[in-house]
Write a protein that binds this ligand. Structure first.
Ligand SMILES: [Fe+2]
Length: 272
C-alpha cells in the first residue's frame, strides 16, 4: 500500500500501557495482558506497511520484570523500525536501562526528517502520579532550545507517560503529572511544538490546547471509562495509535482497535 500524497510523512505508531508480567499467563483484572498485547501487534502487522518509528509510552511491564521487558522488545523486532520506550508508574527505569541489547530504546530524543521527537521520563519511584524532575525539565528545555535554532528541525512532538492535563474521571484526580503547569508553560513557550503524546489514563483523547494537539492513547489491555466518579473499566477493545507527521507540521492521527475478539475483564474491580 502506498500512501500517495502522504509518502513524505513520518509514520509513527504509539503502543502504550501493555502491563506485561513476568509470567505470560498472568492476568490484570482478569485480562491476560500478553494475549491482548499480541492481538494489538497482529493488528499493527495487518494495518501498517511502512512504520518509521514506534513509541512505547510507559507501563510496559506491570511488575517491572526483565522478562516482561524482553518479551515486549522482542515483539518489536517483528517491525522494521526503531522503537523508543519511556517508563510509566509501573516500570523501573533502572531495569529497562540495564537491558543491554535494547539500550538504544532509551534514546531520549530522535530526529526524523524535519521532526524532532522528545521522550521524557515522568515516573516517580513507588508513586502512581508523575513528576518531571529537574534533570528531565532541563533536558526538555535543552532539546527545545537546540531544535528551535536548528534549521533542519521545524516541528516537535513531546512524549511522556503521565497525563499533563487532568483526566475527566474523578478518581483520576492526583494521578497525573504533578508539575503540569510548569510543563505546559514550557510547551506553550516553544511554537515549534506540535503535539504532546501520552498514555497512563487508558483512553482515547485528541484535543487542542493553545495550538498544540494533545493525544492520549488506549492501553493494549484494560480501558478506563472517562467522566465517571469511581474507578470503572470501559467496554472498549485494546488499541494502538498511528500518526502521520507531515513536512508542513500537520499531524494526522487515529486509533485502531482490535475487532472480532471479546476481552473479558473484571468489572467489579475498584482499582488496578
Ligand atoms: Fe497503565
Amino acid at each position: 500500500m502506498i500512501r500517495n500524497s502522504e509518502e513524505a510523512a513520518i509514520r509513527v505508531v504509539q503502543i502504550t500501557d501493555t502491563h506485561l508480567f513476568r509470567e505470560p499467563g498472568a492476568n490484570l483484572l482478569k485480562l491476560n495482558t500478553q494475549d491482548s498485547f499480541e492481538k494489538v501487534i497482529e493488528l499493527i502487522q495487518a494495518k501498517e506497511d511502512a512504520i518509521d518509528v514506534i513509541l512505547a509510552t510507559g507501563d510496559i511491564a506491570q511488575d517491572a520484570s526483565v522478562e516482561a521487558y524482553m518479551r515486549f522488545a522482542q515483539a518489536m523486532q517483528d517491525f522494521d523500525a526503531p522503537f523508543y520506550w519511556i517508563p510509566g508508574n509501573h516500570d523501573r527505569r533502572r531495569v529497562m536501562q540495564e537491558i543491554e541489547m535494547y539500550k538504544s530504546a532509551f534514546g531520549g530524543s530522535a530526529q526524523f526528517a524535519n521532526w524532532q521527537i522528545i521522550l521524557l521520563d515522568s515516573s516517580v519511584s513507588g508513586e502512581v502520579h508523575g513528576l518531571l524532575g529537574a534533570a528531565e525539565l532541563k533536558r526538555l528545555v535543552t532539546n527545545l532550545e537546540a531544535s528551535a535554532k536548528n534549521p533542519e528541525i521545524e516541528h516537535c512532538i513531546v512524549c511522556l507517560h503521565h497525563n499533563p492535563v487532568p483526566g475527566s474521571a474523578q478518581w483520576m484526580e492526583g494521578i497525573g503529572l504533578q508539575n503540569d503547569s510548569e510543563f505546559l508553560a514550557l510547551i506553550d513557550k516553544y511554537p515549534h511544538v506540535r503535539a504532546v503524546v501520552y498514555g497512563h489514563i487508558h483512553q482515547e483523547l485528541d484535543f487542542v490546547r493553545n495550538n498544540v494537539r494533545y493525544f492520549c492513547t488506549p492501553s493494549t489491555c484494560i480501558q478506563f471509562k472517562p467522566k465517571v466518579e469511581d474507578f470503572t473499566l470501559d467496554n472498549v477493545n485494546p488499541a494502538y495509535r498511528w500518526f502521520d507527521l507531515l513536512p508542513n507540521g500537520e499531524i494526522r492521527s487515529a486509533i485502531e482497535r482490535v475487532t472480532g475478539y471479546e476481552f473479558e475483564v473484571d468489572h467489579s474491580s475498584t482499582g488496578y
